[in-house]
Structures are given as structure tokens and as C-alpha cells.
Design a protein around this ligand. Structure first.
Ligand SMILES: Cc1ncc(C[n+]2csc(CCOP(=O)(O)OP(=O)(O)O)c2C)c(N)n1
Ligand code: SF4
Ligand SMILES: [Mg+2]
Length: 351
């Protein structure tokens, strides 16, 4: 079924964005996921964010691992570059692609099994290296594709559809990302498009590793009473720390907000994140206090969502490796082989 393309017919009066595309130009093939799967709502939010940001689809590289979640790049941005890699190995392939061509926008899509179970090491190193990318985990607490086994993010004490209790402690990808140095960390819920779209836009504008953990219920294997990843459970326990307005560098900032309730964070590309604090004592720019607050709320059974941490200006992997400003495929022979005199100079520097 994944080979079924959507009909290319457009209504002539569909609204076009600044680069001339309709929202439909950001869609992909027909989804083959179960009806009601949270992952499809995330795909819709990615489409909306890219369309609203006037991103040219051919400037995007979408990479994923293996799983229902990792299948989704087939269902959005059909005109972008795509690489469905090996289970848990998306981050290293993305890192290599990013180092070779820094001019594309990198979008990594993964699952909780893909990133917290088999791919945990890969996830950790991509975060600590601050690879410039948007990294979305579509987190349903199970291996959906292989029929609902607990994944490493399943909460201790939560129950499978057949009543089996999970006795293992969960891996909290948000806490890990914070600890490992990710410069943008957020959590959202697939049932909250109004929160997801600005978060994805903000992550795209960010100049380093932007991680978004999106709780995305698996309606087939993990949406029952006893699950802590069901639509009902998340709706009851979801607590947003902030609400974001995303303001592109090109637009005049017109919002008027009472002092004391808002914080602006400027990103490397000139975009501004305007954070309306919902929790008065939450500071998303202080890594240590944000981690402490998150842990305290988690102990109370709250699932904090929103932009949890952001470092406005940050050095990504290219900056720390001092790589060429030009993508490798744009370098000519003289750049790649500058000649004997240049080699002699380098060698002299080591003597
Ligand atoms: C190396 C390897 N081991 C195991 C598998 C089997 N496998 C395929 S998908 C998957 C888990 C997917 O879970 P998750 O990443 O949470 O995605 P979801 O389907 O829940 O969206 C597993 C274990 C595989 N494809 N490759
Ligand atoms: S099995 Fe679960 S995760 Fe996979 S498509 Fe169906 S609802 Fe979604
Ligand atoms: Mg999963």
C-alpha cells in the first residue's frame, strides 16, 4: 500500500505560500497506518509547519529508522530527500549527511523503540554533538510495528493490552536529551496540533539539536485503561509549561503581552520564540532548574509539555569541528587538493 500516490490534482484556487506551493505540495503518499494512529497527526503538523514557514520541499532531508513512526516520512513532504535507514541508526546517517551538506534542513523521525531501545546510543551521541537537526520521537510506549511489545519508554507499572505489567524503569528521552546537552528540548502530544505546529516551527528555526518527544498513542496496541500512553491518560495528565508564538525574522513583531508573563528567545536565524509562561516558576532557559522542575512534576504524575528547554544561540557540530562553510559537493578540485605548497605548510606546522 505504501506505493499509492495521492492524485496530483489541485483546486486552482488553493492558497499558495511565499515560495508558490499549496499545502498539498507538502503531502506525501497515502498513509497505511491504522485509522486514529497518533503518528498521522504528527505528519499533518509537520506538513503545516513546513508550508507556513515557506520551506522549499527539495531543501529538506527527512531520515528515519524502522517502525510505524519511521514509515511516516513517506506520508509527508513527498518532494523532499528521504532515507529510511536501519532500526535505531537514523542519527548516525543523519549526522553524516549533515556533515556532507549543511545547506539542507534535516528532519529525523523516529519511534520510542527506535530511539530509546535499540538506538539509545545513537540518540545520545547525536544530542551531545548538537547536530543541527529537528529530531522527533513519536512516542507510544510500544513497538507498534511488531505488535505492541513494551518499549523502553513504557512506564513502570503500566499494563499491556493483555494485562501484563511492565516491571522495568522507563527511559525518559526528554530528561536524557537535557542531560546530554541538547540545545532545544520539547514535549508535545499528537492530539494537540495547536501546540505541535509552533514547536516544530521553532525547532526548524533552531541552530542545533532540537528534540521533540511527541506522545503519540498507538490505538491498536496501547490505548487501553492501564496504559500511560493512551489518549485518555495523556489528556488527563498533560500540563503545558508554556505556550509559544513563533515569529519569523522577516515579519514585524506585533504581539502585545503584559510584562512578566512572557519571554522572547532569539534564535540563530533571527526568528524569535515568544514564550508565554503558564507555570510561573518554570524557566526554560536554565537547564538545571528546568530539569529539577520536570522531575518534581513527573513525581506528581504530571506530563509536562511545551518548550521545556532552549538555548537561543548555540554552536552546532559544524561550528565545533570548524568544517567548510560550503557543502562538500560544492567544493572544487583546488579546494579538495590545494597542492604541494599548501601540504608543505601544514606539515611545517607540525614540526
Ligand atoms: C535490527 C532490527 N531489530 C529488530 C527489528 C524489528 N523491529 C521492527 S520495528 C521495531 C520496533 C518499532 O518500535 P518503535 O520505534 O517504537 O516504532 P512504532 O512502530 O511504535 O512507531 C522492531 C523491534 C528490526 N527491524 N531490525
Ligand atoms: S500499530 Fe499502532 S503505531 Fe502502528 S500504525 Fe497502528 S496504531 Fe499506529
Ligand atoms: Mg513505538
Amino acid at each position: 500500500m505504501t506505493y499509492i500516490a495521492k492524485p496530483r490534482l489541485h483546486h486552482p484556487s488553493l492558497t499558495r505560500n511565499k515560495v508558490g506551493y499549496t499545502r498539498r505540495d507538502y503531502e506525501g503518499k497515502v498513509s497505511t497506518l491504522c485509522a486514529g494512529c497518533g503518528h498521522d497527526s504528527i505528519s499533518a503538523a509537520i506538513i503545516q509547519a513546513c508550508w507556513e514557514l515557506d520551506i522549499e520541499p527539495h531543501r529538506v532531508a527527512k531520515l528515519s529508522g524502522i517502525g510505524c513512526s519511521s514509515k511516516t516520512p513517506d506520508y509527508f513532504l513527498g518532494a523532499s530527500h528521504g532515507f529510511n535507514t536501519v532500526h535505531g541508526r537514523m542519527p548516525s546517517v543523519l549526522t553524516g549527511a549533515n556533515l556532507a551538506n549543511r545547506d539542507l534542513l534535516y528532519l529525523g523521525v523516529s519511534g520510542d523503540g527506535d530511539s530509546a531501545s535499540i538506538g539509545l546510543g545513537q540518540f545520545a551521541h547525536a544530542m551531545r554533538r548538537n547536530v543541527n537537526m529537528v529530531y522527533i520521537v513519536e512516542n507510544n510506549g510500544v513497538y507498534g510495528l511488531t505488535k505492541g511489545q513494551f518499549s523502553a519508554t513504557a512506564d513502570k507499572g503500566s499494563k499491556s493490552k493483555k494485562g501484563v505489567v511492565n516491571n522495568d524503569s522507563p527511559v525518559d528521552l526528554v530528561g536524557l536529551a537535557m542531560q546530554l546537552g541538547a540545545s532545544f528540548v520539547a514535549r508535545s502530544f499528537s492530539g494537540d496540533k495547536a501546540q505541535m505546529v509552533p514547536l516544530i516551527k521553532a525547532a526548524i528555526g533552531h541552530g542545533g539539536a532540537a528534540f521533540i518527544d511527541i506522545i503519540s498513542p498507538c490505538v491498536t496496541f496501547n490505548n487501553h485503561a492501564g496504559s500511560t500512553r493512551s489518549y485518555d491518560w495523556v489528556r488527563e495528565h498533560n500540563e503545558a509549561v508554556s505556550r509559544i508564538d513563533f515569529i519569523t525574522g522577516r515579519e514585524e513583531i506585533t504581539a502585545t503581552i503584559a510584562p512578566g508573563e512572557v519571554r522572547d528567545v532569539e534564535q540563530h536565524d533571527g526568528t524569535v520564540l515568544r514564550l508565554r509562561k503558564l507555570h510561573a516558576d518554570y524557566d526554560p532557559t536554565d537547564r538545571v532548574s528546568a530539569m529539577g522542575y520536570m522531575n518534581a512534576r513527573a513525581a506528581e504524575g504530571e506530563l509536562l509539555t511545551g518548550l521545556l528547554f532552549v538555548e537561543g544561540q548555540t554552536d552546532d557540530l559544524h561550528a565545533s569541528l570548524n568544517t567548510s562553510a560550503k557543502p562538500l559537493n560544492g567544493l572544487g578540485t583546488t579546494d579538495l587538493c590545494p597542492g604541494a605548497a599548501a601540504l608543505e605548510k601544514i606539515n611545517a606546522g607540525f614540526r
